[in-house]
Design a protein. Structure first.
Length: 500
């Protein structure tokens, strides 16, 4: 375990004025599985992209077998012996397994593909992983787990010495994860160096030998997995002293709030390879928080409830009536609305005005045959600009010209236009200034006081403590426990995660 194959030292990387990595480092050995851990914004993705030639670093050293390297492209990194398998399997479903494994490096003679050699070489690559399948069949005919192994076989076909796996288990069920881990242990025994990027604590402790923790783009520490408690790992990831967590009072059972009517309930609601079956109740005039580390399943639950990724098991009720939200349109018809965490990709329409961004969901719910009169659009826009103190020159200003906080207010106003009874808010204050954050939190309390049911997802534990009546704590895409009232404290949440 002393053989260092890949070593990154003093890595700095800026994107404009933003420092993505500051003095980051990593040491990867032959015959080990090494996990990289960190919360959102820790710098994991940037570091991986530097190792694989997607980005070049501003300063520092990257060494392979003690020799400095500077891969400028993924192909250059691959030639050096560093191969990567990304979270989304980047293969071609309609091509055969053998074509996918050898794509771009097929053996030929006089310009003609040597299909027999391709089948033999592909079968040999898969046999190395303990997999015996028909390599002539289209890739799409196999499960996602098999496709993941085909991607690994492709990565290893170039005689890789370093294999980087970016969230390889995010779409796999428990049995598929166990099979993949058996494969990784086999590769580790062949002296391959494996770098694993994942959010799942249980999996890190099940498979890794060492862990490197990053926080805010900086190296925090390198640890032997067997010697690092979960509490200490979480403390390193979020920057809290372990003593803050161990001295916390024991979590109490959720308080009695049966006087409030249940507006939404879920019983054994889940989606395979997405979120384990959950049970929850959301009440009128209540803010229910969903808390957990990045990748714990918070957003997955919201998208399942809203029909973006419909549940395939369990039961969901709204106001006591069993329903199936198979699409966001159906969810809207039931009085649910959802505000995504990804404001830019899934929220604002940057080329449209404030007015157009405000009314677009309301217009979509009415359909093309019932256009909202322009006078009504103007009135609605002016009402919410004033009510939410949205700072804009006019309702016709492009939303892209506004600050992040004001953009977020417009997305909330878009939800309120539909007069929902249940509102799902995913990171509503992320990336906005302190003043705008306070205004949005005040608005959330106002909604609660008006009798709305609010599901609040936040990675900010203090925000959860300030605003929530109850909180459900998530761990590795399942519910670890529940807290309520005065028992909702950051240290209690973290200890519940660590003990899950």
């Amino acid at each position: 375990m002393s053989n260092v194959i890949l070593c990154a030292e003093g890595i700095h990387k800026n994107f404009g004025p933003v420092a993505a990595l500051t003095d980051a480092k990593l040491s990867l050995r032959a015959g080990e599985i090494h996990a990289v851990m960190g919360e959102n914004g820790a710098g994991k993705s940037t570091l991986i992209k530097i190792l694989t030639g997607v980005h070049t670093f501003d300063s520092g050293n990257l060494k392979l077998d003690g020799q400095k390297i500077l891969p400028g492209t993924p192909r250059e990194a691959e030639r050096a012996g560093i191969s990567t398998v990304y979270q989304e399997v980047n293969l071609i479903p309609d091509l055969s397994v053998s074509d996918n494994i050898l794509l771009g490096r097929q053996p030929t003679r006089f310009g003609i593909l040597l299909k027999g050699q391709m089948r033999e070489r592909a079968a040999k690559a898969l046999n190395r992983l303990g997999l015996d399948i028909d390599v002539t069949r289209p890739l799409k005919e196999y499960s996602l787990a098999i496709q993941q192994l085909v991607a690994i076989a492709r990565a290893l076909d170039v005689q890789a010495r370093v294999l980087i796996l970016d969230e390889p288990t995010s779409s796999l069920d428990a049995a598929e994860v166990r099979f993949l881990f058996d494969v990784l242990r086999r590769l580790r025994s062949e002296n391959l160096a494996i770098l694993l990027v994942t959010h799942f604590l249980d999996q890190v402790y099940a498979i890794s030998d060492r862990i490197t923790v990053l926080r805010n783009g900086q190296f925090v520490g390198e640890y032997e997995t067997a010697a690092l408690s979960r509490l200490d790992l979480i403390s390193a990831m979020i920057g809290r002293n372990p003593s803050e967590l161990t001295t916390a009072s024991a979590p109490a059972v959720a308080g009695d709030s049966t006087a409030k009517a249940v507006t939404l309930s879920a019983k054994d609601l889940g989606r395979r390879n997405w979120i384990s079956p959950i049970n929850l109740e959301l009440r009128a005039g209540e803010i229910l928080g969903l808390s957990g580390l990045l990748g714990s399943g918070r957003t997955e639950i919201a998208k399942m409830l809203f029909g973006v990724m419909p549940a395939d098991s369990g039961e969901m009720k709204i106001r006591g009536k069993i329903i199936r939200t198979r699409s966001p349109r159906e969810a809207l018809q039931q009085g649910l609305t959802y505000c995504s965490e990804d404001r830019r990709a899934e929220g604002i329409l940057p080329n449209l005005s404030v007015r157009e961004n405000l009314i677009i969901t309301m217009q979509a719910s009415r359909g093309a045959a019932r256009l909202i009169p322009r006078a009504e659009q103007n009135a609605l826009a002016q009402h919410y600009i004033q009510a939410l103190n949205i700072k804009t020159h006019s309702a016709e200003t492009p939303i892209s010209n506004l600050s992040g906080g004001n953009q977020q207010k417009i997305l909330l106003a878009r939800c309120l236009l539909l007069q929902p009874q249940i509102i799902l808010l995913d990171e509503p204050t992320r990336g906005i200034d302190v003043g705008a954050k306070a205004e949005i939190e005040t608005l959330i309390h106002t909604l609660r006081d008006r009798g709305l049911s609010v599901l609040l997802i936040s990675s900010d534990l203090e925000e959860i403590e300030r605003n929530c009546d109850r909180v459900m704590v998530l761990h590795d895409r399942r519910i670890a426990g529940e807290l309520s009232g005065g028992d909702i404290k950051p240290e209690s949440i973290l200890r519940m995660i660590a003990n899950a």
